[in-house]
Design a protein around this ligand. Structure first.
Ligand code: ADP
Ligand code: MG
Length: 610
């Protein structure tokens, strides 16, 4: 057939080739012709097809029914989509509207194709799976000229044979119906879309107001902090749930662009300590604050837990690799004689890992540190008076965090929110002490001060050299200040996969295969979505090429983020057309991944300066 010949000729071209666009009837004919043939015949679908007002771009055709599904895009003109201009005239609005469309698309796709219609993933349609956070993603892009959904489609098979008629129904009927229902404004729940965008704008507005109000976090009255289970991010429901109520002394109010007014607890800059009995809800509060760096969907319960975007969780992570990090503010004079001003290990201890995590977080620009006793190394956090008396300072390599938490704030402006139920050691250095009793917080700062009695304790120093032990001894503060001036991210470093040139790829949320290594990100608490991890994996490949030059890590990561701002998240992807399912990671998690690469090599500046 002549038509068949034309189709076959067009099929080899990429989606961007200027091939004449074939229509749905032509697509139907191709599929009828290859019905019953070997699965490889589906390769003929590659390219673009016009289906009424919709364009279908087939960017990648899977090799068999069990392989990762085919990647396609559904594209409608902006005019056809008809999204109201005022909802998409800023980046936040576009992210919110795209998130709404993505969730709607996923719902409709699941309703129309609830289960496979043949072998493997036959017939399944997916668009990535957004969680409770609203992140910038590649699933739906709202551009000036078009709205584009990036989807995975399992091309139907019976055994390993093409089910052409099924495929025709799927591509020319089911996909357009999903697109109609979930991408065209006329068919959406318009009120819900507007609310979704308005909520996101309000949350982001509140986040942007935190610095001028001198706050690092805000937890609104009435929010639901506990989650259903330890591995489920949905809100706990039922009569036992206690909504959050702010202590009167810490209550603040925000008036938001929508006219909404929210009141709740403001956590001020400085050192804040959360105390209380075991199982009273301390970690739950801190975890909500940790997630509060991202916006949340309505109904999550944490919509109004808003944290500065650059707050970073710091925990112990024994076993991690550390490369060339200056942990001397916390650990110096190791018995091995190892230089802790450029500390490297393939297997860090609890205290050295937490010191490295903290220094790296500050180096990557953290404004606020979030630390929970449950995930901290005790000897990193505190040392009690008896131990100070028994082991002289010059025999103890560790200067505990309790001695550093104030200069971190006064010298570097880095605040801390800390959960400490087991020790009153932080009373001396806290600006604010919040007690949690049966999930209800109260401000006990005055009482804690009375108990602490003595003025702020003088810090003990770790470095034997030039450490007179007076408060604010120059040795100590100089090290901390140097940390601010020359963060670890400024290290001259070479990053590259070892053993292979295969692209880095994410395996779920918590690990990345990078060369022969596996980067373990399980302890990076604010990497919340597997699509973020995949974006980090692509970023590592991008950075591999950059860091052989003279740039420091920080500069390279900043440059990469600027490119994403300018060219979109798609830019990270090595694929043209459908970029895969990516979500935007923060600068801090990019740093965290680089810092955990076992193949990271830190060079003396002169080695690459020339
Ligand atoms: P802590 O860190 O003080 O030991 P957690 O934060 O781990 O306590 O909380 C203990 C338990 O209480 C968890 O199962 C958590 O889900 C539950 N919980 C926390 N906050 C609330 C709340 N506001 N209402 C009901 N249950 C809660
Ligand atoms: Mg706890």
């Amino acid at each position: 057939m002549r038509d068949g010949k034309t189709d076959a000729a067009g099929s080899g071209r990429g989606p961007t080739a200027a091939a004449p666009m074939r229509d749905g009837a032509a697509l139907g004919r191709v599929l009828a012709r290859i019905d019953g043939r070997g699965y490889a015949s589906y390769k003929q679908l590659a390219g673009q097809w016009r289906l009424g007002a919709l364009r279908l771009a087939v960017d990648h055709v899977q090799v068999d029914p069990y392989a990762p599904p085919s990647r396609m895009r559904l594209i409608v003109d902006a005019a056809t989509a008809g999204l109201p201009a005022d909802l998409i005239d800023d980046a936040v609005g576009r992210t919110g509207a795209a998130d709404f469309l993505t969730r709607g698309f996923a719902r409709v796709a699941h309703r129309l194709v609830p289960e496979p219609v043949g072998t493997g993933g036959s017939g399944l349609v997916s668009i990535g799976r957004p969680g409770q956070e609203v992140l910038e993603r590649t699933g739906v892009v709202i551009a000036a000229d078009r709205v584009e959904a990036r989807i995975d489609v399992g091309l139907p098979a019976s055994g390993r044979r093409v089910r052409g008629h099924r495929a025709a129904e799927l591509l020319t009927d089911v996909l357009p119906r999903i697109a109609d229902a979930s991408l065209l404004h006329a068919n959406l729940n318009r009120g819900a879309l507007r609310e979704h965008v308005t909520l996101l704008r309000d949350q982001e507005r509140l986040r942007s107001l935190l610095p001028e109000r001198g706050l690092v976090a805000f937890i609104a009255d009435g929010v639901i902090l506990p989650r259903r289970t330890g591995d489920c991010d949905l809100p706990l429901t039922g009569g036992a749930v206690v909504p959050f109520v702010s202590p009167r002394s810490l209550r603040v109010a925000f008036d938001l662009p929508s006219g909404r007014r929210v009141t709740g607890m403001g956590v001020p800059e400085g050192v804040s300590v959360i105390v209380g009995g075991g199982y009273h809800g301390k970690s739950t509060l801190l975890r909500a604050i940790e997630r509060g760096v991202y916006p949340h969907i309505a109904g999550d319960g944490r919509e109004w837990v808003i944290t500065r975007p650059d707050a970073v969780t710091v925990r112990a992570e024994d076993g991690r690799a550390v490369t060339g990090v200056d942990i001397s503010p916390f650990i110096a004079g190791l018995p091995s004689g190892a230089d802790t001003r450029s500390f490297s290990t393939t297997n860090a201890s609890g205290s050295t890992s937490q010191a490295a995590n903290l220094v790296e977080a500050v180096g990557a620009g953290a404004s606020t540190l979030l630390i929970d006793e449950d995930t901290s190394a005790t000897n990193f956090m505190i040392r009690d008076e008896r131990m100070r008396a028994l082991i002289p300072a010059d025999q103890e390599p560790i200067t505990p965090f309790v001695d550093r938490v104030r200069p971190l704030f006064t010298e570097l402006g880095v605040s801390t929110i800390l959960v400490a139920g087991g020790s009153g050691a932080f009373f001396d250095v806290a600006d604010l002490v919040i007690a949690i009793n049966r999930y209800v917080p109260s401000d006990v700062t005055e009482r804690a001060r009375e108990l602490a009695g003595a003025p702020v304790r003088e810090p003990t120093t770790a470095s034997g050299a030039g450490a007179p032990g007076a408060p604010g001894a120059p040795g100590v503060l100089a090290v901390l200040a140097a940390l601010g001036a020359s963060p670890p991210g400024a290290r001259r470093a070479v990053l590259g996969p070892s053993g292979t040139t295969r692209p880095a790829r994410a395996r779920g949320r918590t690990s990345i295969h990078y060369g022969c290594d596996i980067i373990d990100l399980a302890a990076v608490a604010q990497l919340v979505d597997a699509a973020q991890t995949q974006a980090v994996a692509h970023a590592l490949d991008r950075l591999s090429g950059v860091l052989g030059g003279r740039e420091g890590l920080s500069d390279a990561i900043d440059e990469l983020l600027r490119r994403i701002d300018r060219d979109g998240l798609d830019w990270l992807s090595p694929h043209r057309g459908h970029p895969g399912h990516l979500a935007r990671p923060r600068r801090h998690e990019l740093h965290a991944a680089v810092n955990r690469c076992r193949g990271l090599r830190v060079l003396p500046a002169r080695e690459i300066a020339g």
